[in-house]
Design a binder for this molecule. Structure first.
Ligand code: GDP
Length: 266
């Protein structure tokens, strides 16, 4: 199964998918049904609170207001799912949702806190930045990252800093990367093409022989990109060789280099 945008070994930008208006393929329908079965599992403020069963995790990250909650809700077809991450006490946590059969989850969606939100109190911000950096750099079950960026803004400095955290794992093929240029309904065709081109160029730096990097336009409002993204995420998990063994979070960091998470937006 090959998604229509690049989910392969380069950061070549994709064209806005001509398939948006068409009915989803059987593969896309199956992938959507898979995502629609998402259900809240747990919330964690530290890595050692995350499950230790090694199920692969797909992390959703992005600047606050990038459209992450809307994208998760649209992909899972559950109006309130990502807003579960916004209930008091969970906003600066990693919120996990199970995917797959109810009695045998096969993967997880991890909703990470949005970054760049100026109104968060500084100490709290620094703490979750560190947790997020640790998660991205060290969490062993992390299988893929979906980075959401407003298509009109493209990849900002904060996004680049987040990308730098996962760059080694992406370059080595351990972690896949899919960039969603969100709110694409606000762009005309030329602007969408330009946004894809610019993002593709920015992502080229993160490529490598083994890297699996994709970029596509997305709209939670119009549904553009939804079926394709579902198919890509399902593909990430389906292509995964069966894993043996357990043990959850990666070993604690050898703090040789302190993580450099994105900092608050000015
Ligand atoms: P988050 O902070 O990243 O979770 O962002 P939200 O999902 O809460 O979205 C932030 C704002 O962008 C809200 O006002 C949404 O209604 C709007 N938004 C999100 N997705 C879309 C989209 O696909 N199209 C348009 N036009 N607006 C969107």
């Amino acid at each position: 199964m090959t998604p229509p945008f690049r989910a392969s070994r380069s950061a070549a930008p994709a064209s806005p998918s001509p398939r948006q208006a068409a009915a989803p393929s059987p593969e896309a329908r199956a992938a959507l049904a898979w995502l629609h079965g998402a259900r809240f599992l747990t919330t964690a403020s530290r890595l050692d609170q995350l499950p230790g069963d090694e199920l692969p995790e797909i992390a959703f990250v992005g600047r606050s207001n990038a459209g992450k909650s809307s994208a998760i809700n649209r992909l899972t077809q559950q109006k309130r799912l990502a807003f579960a991450s916004r209930t008091p006490g969970r906003t600066q946590h990693i919120n996990l949702f199970d995917l797959g059969p109810r009695d045998a989850a096969e993967a997880r969606l991890a909703d990470l806190p949005g970054y760049g939100y100026a109104a968060v109190e500084r100490a709290a911000k620094l703490r979750w930045q560190e947790v997020m950096a640790q998660y991205l750099e060290l969490r062993r079950p992390l299988h893929g990252v979906v980075l959401l960026a407003d298509a009109r803004l493209g990849l900002t400095d904060l996004d680049q800093r987040l990308l730098a955290l996962i760059a080694p794992r992406v370059a080595g093929g351990e972690v896949r990367l899919l960039v969603l240029l969100t709110k694409a309904d606000k762009l005309n065709r030329n602007d969408a093409q330009k946004a894809l081109r610019d993002a593709g160029e920015a992502l080229a730096a993160f490529g490598g022989e083994s890297a699996d990097i994709g970029v596509t336009t997305f709209s939670a409002l119009s549904g553009q990109g939804v079926a394709d993204v579902a198919e890509a995420l399902r593909g990430w998990i389906a292509a995964r060789p069966p894993q043996a063994g357990a043990a959850g979070a990666a070993e604690p960091a050898e703090p040789s280099e302190p993580p450099q998470p994105p900092e608050p937006a000015p």
